[in-house]
Design a binder for this molecule. Sequence first.
Ligand code: CAA
Length: 400
Amino acid sequence: MSSELELLAQIGLNFELSEEHRMFQQVVREFAQKEIAPVAAHYDETGEFPWETVRKMAAMGLMGIEVPEAYGGQGLDAIASALAMIEIAKADAAHSTVMSVNNTLFCFPILTFGTEEQKRKYVTPVATGQAMGAYALTEPQSGSDAAGIRTRAVRKGDVYILNGRKSWITNGPVADYIVVFAMTDPEKKHHGISAFIVETDRPGFSRGKKEEKLGIRASATCEIYLDNYECPVENRLGEEGEGFKIAMTTLDAGRVGIAAQAVGIAEAAYEAALAWAKQREAFGRKIGEFQAIQWKLADMRVKLEAARLLTLQAAWKRERAKRTGERYTLEAAMAKLFASEAAQWITYEAIQIHGGMGYSREMPVERYFRDARITTIYEGTSEIQRLVIARQILGLKTSL
Ligand code: CAA
């Protein structure tokens, strides 16, 4: 054993990334800064879907980071996923949203609950970038109350007939396949929810208008409609009635990704503010020489590092769960809550440090501020994260 490894073994806790993780992080960082950062403002302005850069991300394997090589993925771990999310989000949050949906909200539930046939047919094309995935849980009347969905799936022989409306579907306008949650037995409430893999080129599937959003504007979002859509029984994901568990398990994984996204946005804002403080002068001095600015930068750095540690802890727990099967609901919710709220504050202060220039579209900080806003809302609001955390630490079944 080398002396460095011996030392680490004695300490028993290691905050260093492994050599493999560091190399992967460096490759993604270089790609993100070279290919994505320069086009981020353009796609934010136009709201167009960034097909060209998304295809480049797919060619790098970023749409199937944890997907086993047998299904076209990179076969890496949850830490690598978090590191990639941070780097892509730092360059552009919208690109990281597209990546997050494909990796975690689409591939993850099929890999975890799907059949061999479903993995081959649906995970492989998404992981290799030949197709786009999405996840449809939310409905107009049920966002936070995920068990309150009304979309119905009625079995008729070898098919389920799906009817309903899903809203705020990220990747909806471009998705080839969508994991859709529907009620198979409304009497049983959340135990009556089932999950289905829907192909968007089949009759009975249609899309609403694209949403015009405050931030992550290049990631496409829309409503989707199911009108007597015939879903073959072999496209049911998991057992009948297992849908709510699938939805929640998937969101645990997704929340680690959103925490990483928030860290990436916050890091971009912090670095921009730090550079500005070193360069901008007022009253004959660099503004970074004033205590008012120093304290802001110090607090930004502390919140950023705390958010990163909580996020990597949750990613580590998520990786360990693949072997132990234990839940990491608490760690995922804590990471998402803290990192998303830290990103609000850090991007707000980054604008404040930039003064008028921070409010201008000439600089990227106003985009970081707008993009950060969604992280306290999607994949469970901050209020829902607090509820989840409280239930976990108090050992309550419900706090509603
Ligand atoms: N993992 C596994 N099972 C879970 C679970 C988890 N994390 N959380 C709950 N469950 C199980 C419970 O054990 C329970 O099972 P049993 O009844 O068999 O004992 C069952 O699910 C019901 O649990 P609750 O009583 O806690 O359910 P609830 O109705 O009170 O709701 C909630 C819980 C936490 C509020 C949940 O509804 C929730 O997370 N809401 C937020 C929804 C959300 O995040 N939506 C985001 C949409 S997706 C999105 O934003 C994607 C995008 O486009 C980018």
